[in-house]
Write a new protein. Sequence first.
Length: 350
Amino acid sequence: MPRPYAVVLIIPTGIGAAIGGYAGDGLPVARAIAQVADTLITHPNVLNGAQLYWPMPNTLYVEGFALDKWAARNWGLQPVHRNRVGLLLDQAMEPELRLRHLQVADAARATLGLTLTDYVVTDAPLNVELRTSESGASWGTIGNPDSLLRAAERLIKDAKAEAIAVVARFPEPENSQVLEAYRHGQGVDPLAGAEAVISHLIVRTFQIPAAHAPALSPLAIDPELSPRSAAEELGYTFLPCVLVGLSRAPQFVTTATAGTIWADQVDAVVVPATACGGSAVLSFSQTTTQIIAVGENHTRMQVTPEQLGIKAIQVNSYLEALGVLVAHKAGLDPNSLRPNILSLNQLQSY
């Protein structure tokens, strides 16, 4: 019996990806690939859609730092039935915003049956600051990282949390042009890079699943809002998708147990063609794993497989990538089943 066909889908955060660089707009791609793959491994940037999410039983929700460690064969992924999710709140949040997020936790328990621990508030404001690199990618800093880690440790030791959802008070974006561009489906998510810094710090320190949802003041209604950004403006919080994702996120292990998934079991990696410089892609490029680079997913990066000497199949669209995956899974020439170039909207039919 052949082993399960495993695919990794990577769309790096905060680099203005045309598909997957907004609010859950990478989900249609993930849903389509999950119907071809037996196991899909991807990260929160692909699966998070604020108050919208789409549970897929064969899909593993793996934070970006952990994905890199796993791809480098330092960690394994241990699937779970459910995690106890701890909620970590920034002291800087206003009382009303804090209450809104606590109500999300109550709703997740009551309607979705998720297992959440008691929440913890940091002992000092996290003081998140937003930055933009020369390339146009977003990133950020945390003024009090020790406070973040102390709160996480309390959740793990005292509340027995097995995964941690962080809600930090983010500054309102100072550059209104950047925000307007993002709301209209252009440019870079100004928050994404700082969010990654927060989750990376917890995962690196405690080797536990973590993801982040920013706390922001609601924006004034915009009749020209892009559908790609609209999920973030349905309410007062981005937390629901994070709680759902973390509830079944795999644990990170260093020794093999029954069911552990290791990077050498991966058959293919799908990545934007101009964003091939990440640690996970570089790790997989040193193996026999098939790299598939998707041209239609433009990003602010200009790091192609050719520049790095990575052997990859170049495709124009995610639909074309699906054809390559179907062929590869069947043991055929990946070029033999490429469909004609079609629009992303036609992925909905898969």
